[in-house]
Design a protein around this ligand. Structure first.
Ligand code: SF4
Length: 478
């Protein structure tokens, strides 16, 4: 799968102009932040839990091969099928093949960033299979033909008015002003989809190695229906979502719910261990777990940035990031946004596809302070910035490095030679005149200086140097 280059600078500039978007972002992220702060403050040993969560993730990721094999064995033992997908294309092929084998015409989906990552809906559609998102936010985004802009609140950029207009246009119904009325419409539409679907597709918050249990947390009940009503359930899980033991779950469920929405526990927590058994009253006849790599092994191989894989996708870093809170999720150009997007997108997509993202941060560390598994974002971002610089050197070869070297040498020569400095100051004074504005600043210079003046003014170069003025003052005052 090829990637379009992320244009963070351009897209974020557009987002900053969108007042409606910024209002929506600040509103929602403020709500999430205060809920998270209250919920974490209620737990006396919150910091100990975070440290424990990080330790478990660190140990798991360091021994991921062992835990993945254990997970595979446990799922098979419970009657499920396990598939290994090296990349997005392979994952889509596996899922489409399962659908074709089961004569599936339509599928229901619960919220899953991994399925967004592999563009599953488009692939199912090409195979003639209708895929319907059933999480309310995802449903809205699918109707609008857009992409999610937040890990746990995909439609965060949409206002109630946007959604009312969208429903009215898509369903031919009158404009509804109450959220309850809109939810009712969505619920009625989706009920039929659940009943008719030949396949349910979900993500997975955790895959437990010792029991083969897939855990899904949610608040709407749609994931529970997705995984129990259709006769076939396929769960797509990034390999980093593995945790070693069932007994570790209570820790991670506490960290996740409190960090994400400020809840003590998510409303629905589904524990899925294989397909339906004879004594079960519901559940699918077939259960498939697709383990997705798609660049994760590459991250695993890098000791410096490996901790990016500890993420449990709570969204807290987004809600607390001063950059995300202004520019929103779409500026990050791919599935993951905010601080986690800034570190994981360049690694999954390839550094040359998203070279601006590691720089989309002030390195303030607010993300690290709230991350339930204590990912050291500033450190990882600096590592990635270093990789971007190295990659540019490789791509532009000796030419790029040479230009940089010549520019620095020239600058050093100018500022360390009095005569040359005076001469270049005089020349620059006259050269700048066509761009000088009324208030004496330079507002729009040609390339490459435009890189500065696109964002801010540049002080104009004075006609006389400080030395000359000082000399004159001294002469005048004797
Ligand atoms: S990086 Fe940490 S704070 Fe951000 S989504 Fe992942 S777990 Fe949550």
């Amino acid at each position: 799968m090829g990637f379009e280059k992320v244009r963070f600078e351009k897209d974020s500039a557009r987002a900053l102009e969108d007042k409606k978007l910024q209002h929506a972002l600040v509103n929602v992220t403020n709500r999430f932040r205060s809920a998270r702060n209250k919920a974490s403050g209620e737990v006396a040993d919150w910091e100990t839990l975070r440290a424990r969560g990080r330790d478990i993730k660190k140990e798991t990721i360091a021994n991921l091969d062992k835990y993945l094999c254990e997970l595979e064995e446990s799922v098979r033992r419970a009657g499920g099928h396990v598939h290994w997908a090296g990349d997005a294309d392979e994952a889509c092929r596996i899922i489409v093949d399962i659908a074709i084998r089961n004569d599936v015409k339509s599928a229901v989906k619960s919220k899953s960033m991994a399925t967004e990552e592999i563009e599953l809906n488009a692939n199912l559609e090409r195979a003639g299979i209708r895929a319907v998102e059933t999480d309310l936010g995802e449903y809205i985004i699918q109707l609008a033909g857009e992409h999610p802009s937040h890990i746990i609140a995909p439609a965060i950029h949409k206002t109630k008015d946007d959604i009312s207009k969208l429903f009215s246009e898509k369903f031919g119904i009158p404009y509804l002003s109450e959220p309850e009325e809109l939810t009712k419409v969505a619920r009625e539409k989706l009920r039929g989809e659940f009943l008719n679907a030949g396949m349910g597709i979900s993500g997975a918050n955790f895959g437990v190695a010792d029991t083969g249990t897939i855990v899904i947390v949610e608040n709407e009940g749609n994931a529970r229906l997705t995984t129990t009503v259709p006769p076939v359930h396929v769960a797509l899980m990034g390999i980093e979502k593995t945790i070693p033991r069932y007994e570790d779950l209570s820790l991670f469920l506490t960290l996740l719910a409190r960090s994400a929405t400020g809840q003590k526990s998510s409303t629905y927590v589904s524990f899925i261990t294989g397909p339906r058994r004879e004594t079960d009253i519901d559940g699918p006849e077939e259960f498939h777990l697709v383990l997705l790599d798609n660049g994760r092994s590459r991250i695993l191989a890098s000791e410096e940035t490996r901790e990016s894989l500890y993420c449990i996708r709570c969204g807290a870093c987004l809600n607390n990031c001063p950059v995300y809170r202004q520019v929103g999720g779409h500026s990050y150009g791919w599935v993951y946004s905010g601080p986690i997007g800034a570190i994981i997108n360049p690694q999954l997509m390839g550094i040359d596809s998203a070279p601006e993202l590691p720089f989309a941060s002030s390195l303030c560390g607010a993300c690290r302070d709230v991350c339930p598994v204590k990912i050291d974002f500033p450190r990882v971002l600096l590592e990635l910035r270093h990789k971007v610089v190295e990659s540019k050197k490789e791509n532009y070869g000796a030419g790029g490095a040479m230009i940089e070297k010549i520019s620095v040498r020239l600058w050093r020569y100018i500022v360390t030679s009095k005569n040359f400095y005076n001469l270049t100051s005089k020349i620059s004074y006259y050269l700048q005149l066509p761009w000088r504005s009324g208030n004496g600043s330079l507002r729009s210079l040609p390339f490459p200086f435009s890189k500065w003046t696109d964002e801010r003014d540049f002080p104009a170069i004075a006609k006389t140097s400080f030395r000359e003025r000082w000399k004159k003052i001294k002469q005048e005052t004797g």
